[in-house]
Design a protein around this ligand. Structure first.
Ligand code: B3K
Ligand code: ZN
Length: 869
């Protein structure tokens, strides 16, 4: 008997009610077959709500084979199948429910639930995938102990894994074998995982603070056996860091990670058995770039940190998602800052926050960190829930300081271990542990939109005092017209005009202001001489800062600020300013005056910190320029940015050549070497745009050919492939031939061909979808083409609307196979209102058309509906 899927209903945060039944234990017996897996489930159930007579279970795409209560087969009148639900009537106080269902892993192209890809069985249950495996109370506040027995043919599935400890295993006469896993920690079903297939296992170990030895095991495809070192080392570092910084020890004897090419997102923190997109596991110098290495370090850490923030203390309901995600992102960011350069790390975080989250907050999809309603929870794994959520935690960390914050998290773990809680519980523990009032921060969770922070100040020569006025205002967002002030911590310092720090009267170099109301005034000093303020150092709050003294202060701070973030940000503002002026009046030429001085200063110190210098000297992205404009002028942005690149290429041509030559070095993989590679490739980027571009092309060709690592090889290839005056076909063909056995590299090969701003790119995209190596079933590959297409602004936003139509057509197809990935890719349309009238109309038409498709998924339907408004 097959049931119909659940209708698209709106779930409201205010409607929460506690579960009517508890599940004390789950016994799963799974018989793995690609076409027709049987799942036998025993649930030990106990009534919690006396008023509840019937038991309601969640299920999706399950073929029901049999049902029994306490060993008796259920007669038809005792149960009914409703859309997405199974109702069992008049159940006893406590009982065992046994169900048998059939599911179809090979046909599961949505990659949610149990699926079969690349000859491996895998699961993904967060958020609501478990209901695609068996009938269950699929909600995060039902915690149960799991005993899982996996059965499969030994030949095709020699390895069988699930959560916890492997307690028994055996072989059958028919060539099948089985393994039983028991997880001693009660958990919500979204953390369940099962894996079966062929793997190479890379092993290492970690000894915890209390002396327990943990086995670390990485399961990868045989061909990737030499690409496991970075992941294992990152795991060891993360385990040690969590003990040192948060006092958190690992709790099982084994920690398993499985890598797959077929995964909807980055990775998943299933208890004791993480499943990862291979992009965040596999690396060797020949195959992975420096950025790939850092991505692995941070995602491995993120999933590990979830063991305490997410797994041991879990969520009461899905609206609380940021309770685990915001906190865990903050933890992984701080880990990366400790492992690498803190300043460069912060710049990268803010770049990402502005690109993804500020854009989301300014779009039709704006929502609070804790949303009020959803139709499909998978649509809320957003930059707002993750990155803005992390910024809210960071603000409290900034105010409390390291020790008080730690006292707060200690209390949080002590109070709530083994519980499913809300964001209030975290805030309360932080407040009680530190003795500070944090109640105002709850508003950051409920109010959408990016606050504008206005800083107006002046130095009063007579009194020697600096007067500062801060004001805040948050713009209206869909469904939230009125906004209230939020607490904004503002880190602040002053400089004398010679660049030295102007100490505050109490002797400190920096202070933290807390703006709690709409506006507030502060007075600083007296200072001996005029001072320049450095406001919002380290980006101490996720706001849009507006300063009245802009140009002069930016010119000064871009050279002298000792806060890396603010120095970088001042330089970026200078660049934005020059670009916007040029876009507005293209005939007037580019004014690079202040920018040149800042470039010269940075270039003079380049060798001291190459990674930071590379950040300073990188041009703002086209996307970030667009964010500064009321109406995004796609073509103007590209032309102006290229003009600036060319001007800086020529003005500093000797520096670029000198850096390119001096920074050449044999491959090493430490921070210094990575920084040097980055700066050298930036020098090449400029050199290719200047008067000596032809010479630079030969450097790039040589670099592509002779590189001893993927960072340099790919950088050279990308620069040449994006260059409209260069025919990169021979190099691209060579690259394909060399790396065709490596899916992650071939993903890059697909993307690389879509970065060029030239009319033929559209045709290239169409051709790539027909390429034999393209597959609609592999999200990484789909994103490699469609994701790269959408970030090429000139092509995606082509004036005739062809980019939108092409893109929507592909989403139409993808939605039938993988709704989650289709919905995520569709979010680019949500920014339609930022473009001119013609483009607005074309984007809306593309969305309307998509919305009219047959069997529109709940995922894509919700994104389109909210985007259209
Ligand atoms: N918790 C998972 C994300 C699940 C996404 C479900 N659509 C990975 C992470 O944030 O660590
Ligand atoms: Zn996470």
């Amino acid at each position: 008997m097959r049931m119909t899927p659940a209708p698209a209903v709106v779930v409201h945060r205010q409607d929460y009610s506690a579960p009517a039944f508890a599940i004390d234990e789950v016994k799963l017996e799974i018989f793995l077959r690609p076409q027709g897996t049987e799942v036998h489930t025993q649930l030990m159930l106990r009534r919690l709500d006396r008023a509840a007579r019937d038991l309601l279970l969640d299920g999706d795409a399950l073929e029901l084979l049999s049902l029994s209560v306490d060993g008796e087969v259920l007669p038809a009148e005792r149960y009914s199948l409703e859309p997405g639900q199974l109702r069992i009537r008049e159940v006893p106080e406590s009982f065992v429910l046994e169900s048998r269902v059939r599911i179809h892993p090979q046909a599961n192209t949505a990659l949610s639930g149990l699926y079969y890809a690349d000859e491996v069985f895998l699961t993904q249950c967060e958020a609501e995938g478990f209901r695609r495996i068996t009938w269950y109370l699929d909600r995060p506040d039902v915690l149960a102990r799991f005993v899982v027995t996996l059965n499969a043919p030994k030949q095709s599935c020699p390895i069988l894994l699930s959560n916890g400890n492997c307690v028994a295993s055996g072989e059958e006469e028919n060539g099948w074998h089985w393994a039983r896993w028991e997880d001693p920690f009660p958990k919500p079903c979204y953390l369940f995982a099962a894996v079966g297939g062929h793997f190479h296992v890379a092993k290492d170990r970690f000894v915890t603070l209390s002396g327990r030895e943990i086995g670390l095991e990485l399961y990868v495809a045989e061909r990737d056996r030499d690409a496991c070192e970075q992941a294992l080392q990152s795991l060891q570092k993360a385990m040690a860091w969590d003990e040192k910084v948060y006092g958190r020890e690992y709790d099982l004897d084994r920690y398993l990670i499985v890598a797959t090419d077929s995964f909807n997102m980055g990775a998943m923190e299933n208890k004791g058995l993480n499943i990862f997109n291979s992009k965040y596991v596999l690396a060797s110098p020949e195959t992975a770039t420096d950025i790939d290495y850092q991505g692995i370090e941070s995602v491995i850490a993120h999933e590990y940190f979830h063991n305490w923030t997410g797994n041991r203390v879990t969520l009461r309901d899905w609206f609380q998602l940021s309770l685990k995600e915001g906190l865990t992102v903050f933890r992984d960011q701080e880990f990366s800052a400790d492992m690498n350069s803190r300043g460069v790390q912060r710049i990268a975080e803010v770049r990402r926050l502005r690109a993804a989250q500020f854009a989301e907050d300014a779009s039709a999809l704006a929502h609070p960190v804790r949303p009020d309603s959803y139709k499909e929870i998978n649509n809320f794994y957003t930059a707002t829930v993750y990155e803005k959520g992390a910024e809210v935690i960071r603000m409290m960390h900034t105010l409390l300081g390291v020790d008080e914050f730690r006292a707060g998290t200690d209390l949080y773990f002590q109070r709530h271990d083994g519980q499913a809680v809300r964001i209030e519980e975290l805030l309360d523990a932080l407040a009680t542990g530190s003795g500070r009032d944090l109640s105002g921060f709850l508003r950051w969770y409920s109010q959408a939109g990016t606050p504008r922070l206005k800083a107006e100040g002046h130095f009063d020569a007579q009194s020697g005092r600096y007067l500062l006025r801060l004001q805040q205002q948050t713009p209206a967002t869909p469904g939230q017209e009125q906004k209230l002030p939020v607490p904004i911590p503002v880190r602040l310092a002053f400089f004398y005009e010679d660049g030295s720090v102007a100490a505050l009267p109490a002797g400190e170099e920096e202070t933290i202001l807390l703006l709690e109301n709409t506006a507030n005034d502060w007075v600083f000093g007296p200072f001996a001489r005029p001072v320049v303020p450095s406001v919002l150092r380290g980006f101490s709050a996720p706001v849009l800062l507006e300063r009245t003294d802009a140009q002069a202060a930016d010119t000064f701070l871009a050279q002298h600020d000792n806060d890396s973030f603010n120095r970088w940000d001042s330089l970026q503002r200078l660049a934005h300013k020059a670009l916007l002026a040029h876009i507005e009046k293209p005939t007037q030429g580019l004014d690079t005056g202040s920018l040149s001085a800042a470039y010269a200063a940075a270039l003079a110190q380049a060798r001291q910190d190459p990674a930071f210098t590379a950040e300073l000297l990188s041009l703002p992205t086209e996307d970030s320029i667009g964010q500064q404009m009321e109406c995004i002028d796609v073509d103007g942005i590209h032309t102006a940015r290229e003009a600036l690149r060319c001007a800086l290429a020529n003005e500093f041509s000797e520096d670029w050549q000198r850096l390119y030559e001096e920074l050449a070095a044999p491959y090493r993989r430490d921070g210094e070497a990575m920084g040097a590679r980055r700066l050298r490739n930036l020098a090449l980027h400029y050199a290719l745009a200047g008067g000596r571009a032809e010479a630079a092309q030969t450097w790039a060709e040589r670099q592509y050919r002779d590189a001893d690592n993927m960072t340099d090889r790919l950088a050279a290839l990308q620069l040449l492939a994006f260059d409209p005056h260069y025919d990169a076909q021979p190099l691209l063909a060579d690259f394909y031939k060399r790396w065709q056995q490596h899916p992650l590299i071939i993903d890059r090969w697909f993307s690389l061909q879509l970065g060029r701003v030239a009319p033929e790119t559209m045709q290239r995209a169409k051709d790539l979808l027909q390429h034999p190596a393209f597959s609609w079933r592999v999200p990484n590959r789909v994103r490699a083409v469609l994701g790269a297409f959408a970030v090429n602004l000139s092509i995606f936003h082509a004036r005739d609307g062809s980019g939108y139509r092409f893109y929507a057509q592909q989403l139409r197809h993808l939605d039938d196979l993988n709704p989650q990935t289709a919905a995520r890719l569709a979010t680019v349309f949500s920014r339609w209102s930022r473009y001119d009238a013609q483009r607005q109309q074309q984007m809306r038409a593309a969305m309307e058309d998509l919305r009219s498709k047959d069997k529109l998924s709940r995922d894509l339907g919700e994104i389109l509906e909210r985007s259209l408004g």
